[in-house]
Design a protein around this ligand. Structure first.
Ligand SMILES: Cc1ncc(COP(=O)(O)O)c(C=O)c1O
Length: 417
C-alpha cells in the first residue's frame, strides 16, 4: 500500500451536488458558477470573484487586465510553481527573479530592496508575490520597498484561507488567485479563481475569460481578444460543495500539520516549515520538510559558509560556479536517494520545488546557470513534500515518520566522506 502525496476530500455532499448539475443538463454558465463565486467572495471578503479553468489562467488574465505587455518585466520568486513566472512569458514579457529567504522560502525583502535600490527601471511594471506552500509573502516589507507605480499582484494559488495579520491571503495585491487542482485545500478538478476589489480588473478578466464578449452578453460579438478560460458547471458545483465544508477541511489540515510538527519536533535531521508570527491563520497546502545542513555535514563535505547560509547574491566566476554546482549536486543526490527510498517503502514524496530559472527552457531562453539564485538552489536541493491531505490518518502519519527515520539512518550508514 502506498500513502500518496495528496488526496482530495470528497463526501456525499460533493457527489450529490455534481449529480444535480448532470441531472439539470445545465453544464456551463449555470447557477453553481454564481454560487461558487459568491462563496469565495464571502470567504475572502472581496467585492468580486471570477472562477476560471485553472490557477494559471487566473494569473494570466490578471496580468492582461493590468496591460502587462511585451518586453515589460515582472518581479517574481524563482522558488515557485512554474506558472507564476510563465504567465509573463505568455505576453512576451520577462520574469525577473529575486532570491528567497531561507526560512520562509518566500521572496527575500533584503534582496528585493537591494534589487530596487540598484536596478529599478520603468520597464519593471509588475510584482507577483507568491505565498509559497500557503506561507504568506512578506507583505508589509514588499509594500514599503516597491515604488508605487509597480502593480502588485498575488499568486495565492496555494493559500486559500490563510491570513496575514487577520487579513485573508489573496487580498494583498490589486488582484489575487486561488487554484483548485485536486492536491489543493479544496478542489474543482481543474480550476482557479480571481479575487479583487477592483471593478475594472474584474470586468476585463470576465470578458477575456469568455472570448472577449462584452457586458451586453451578445454571444457572437467580441469586444477584445479573449480566451475560453471559463469554469464549467460541474467544477463549480464541486467547488461550491467544498466551500460549504471549508472550515472543517481547514481544521483537519491544521490538525494533520500539527501532528507532523509533533512527530518531527525533536528530530535534528529535519527542518520543519517556518510559520512567521504575522500569520494569524495558516492554510496548509503541502507539508514540506528540509534536510538539516548540520546533520548532512556529518557525512557530506559541506563548507561552513554553506551550512550557515552565508551565500553571495550570485556566483559570478566559472570556478565558483563549478564548486557551487558540486555542493548542490551532492545534496541533490542525497535528496533523490531519500525520495527513492521513501517511494520504495510505499511513501510518496517529491522535491518541492525545482528552481524555475534552472528549468531547461528557462536556461536556454535566458542563459541562466547554477549559481544565479543560490538560496533558492540550496533550499530546493534539500526540500521534499511528504504525504499530506485532510483525511490522512494518525497511523499513516506515523508510517511516514518511521519511513523517513529509517531512510535517513540508511543514508547516513551508506554515505561516507
Ligand atoms: C503557486 C502556484 N501558482 C500557480 C499555480 C497554477 O495553478 P493551476 O495548476 O491550476 O494552473 C499553482 C498550482 O499548482 C501554484 O501552486
Amino acid at each position: 500500500m502506498t500513502i500518496s502525496l495528496s488526496d482530495s476530500d470528497i463526501t456525499d455532499l460533493e457527489i450529490s451536488t455534481v449529480l444535480n448539475v448532470l441531472k439539470s443538463k445545465r453544464l456551463a454558465l449555470g447557477p453553481y458558477l454564481e454560487k461558487f463565486q459568491q462563496s469565495i467572495k464571502e470567504f475572502t471578503k472581496v467585492k468580486y470573484a471570477l472562477a476560471v479553468n485553472s490557477g494559471t489562467s487566473a494569473l494570466h488574465l490578471i496580468l492582461k487586465s493590468l496591460n502587462f505587455q511585451k518586453d515589460q518585466k515582472m518581479l517574481v520568486s524563482p522558488f515557485s510553481f512554474i506558472s507564476s513566472a510563465n504567465v509573463a512569458l505568455f505576453e512576451g514579457g520577462i520574469p525577473v527573479f529575486i532570491d528567497i529567504d531561507p526560512q520562509t522560502y518566500n521572496i527575500s525583502p533584503q534582496k528585493l530592496k537591494e534589487f530596487i535600490d540598484k536596478s529599478y527601471q520603468k520597464d519593471i511594471t509588475t510584482f507577483m508575490g507568491v505565498d509559497i506552500f500557503g506561507i504568506p509573502s512578506p507583505w508589509d516589507e514588499i509594500y514599503s520597498i516597491l515604488p508605487q507605480e509597480i502593480n502588485i499582484i498575488e499568486d495565492s494559488c496555494e493559500a486559500l484561507g490563510g491570513e496575514y495579520k487577520n487579513k485573508k491571503l489573496g487580498t494583498f495585491g490589486k488582484a489575487g488567485t486561488f487554484a483548485f487542482y485536486p492536491n489543493k485545500q479544496i478542489t474543482t478538478g481543474e480550476g482557479g479563481i480571481i479575487v479583487t476589489d477592483n471593478e475594472e480588473i474584474f470586468d476585463l478578466c470576465k470578458s477575456m475569460s469568455n472570448q472577449g464578449r462584452g457586458k451586453s452578453g451578445e454571444w457572437l460579438i467580441s469586444e477584445r481578444l479573449g480566451y475560453n478560460y471559463r469554469m464549467d458547471e460541474m467544477s463549480a458545483a464541486l467547488g461550491f460543495a467544498q466551500m460549504q465544508r471549508i472550515d472543517e477541511i481547514s481544521k483537519k489540515r491544521k490538525e494533520k500539520a500539527q501532528r507532523y510538527f509533533e512527530l518531527f519536533k525533536n528530530d535534528n535531521r529535519i527542518v520543519l516549515p517556518n510559520v512567521p508570527s504575522v500569520v494569524t491563520s495558516q492554510s496548509w497546502f503541502v507539508f514540506v520538510l528540509r534536510l538539516d545542513l548540520g546533520w548532512l555535514s556529518n557525512f557530506l563535505n559541506i563548507p561552513n559558509w554553506v551550512k550557515n547560509f552565508e551565500l553571495p547574491t550570485k556566483f559570478e566566476t566559472q570556478k565558483s560556479k563549478e564548486e557551487w554546482s558540486k555542493i548542490i549536486k551532492q545534496l541533490r543526490n542525497t535528496l533523490q536517494n531519500l525520495i527513492k527510498k521513501l517511494n520504495q517503502k510505499g511513501i510518496e514524496s517529491k522535491n518541492y520545488f525545482y528552481p524555475i530559472h534552472l528549468q531547461p527552457f528557462y536556461m536556454k531562453m535566458f542563459g541562466y546557470t547554477p549559481g544565479d539564485y543560490p538560496v533558492t538552489e540550496l533550499v530546493s536541493s534539500m526540500t521534499f513534500a511528504i504525504p499530506f491531505f485532510s483525511n490522512i490518518t494518525q497511523e499513516e502519519q506515523k508510517d511516514v515518520y518511521n519511513a523517513i527515520d529509517k531512510s535517513l539512518k540508511e543514508i547516513k550508514n551508506e554515505t561516507a566522506f
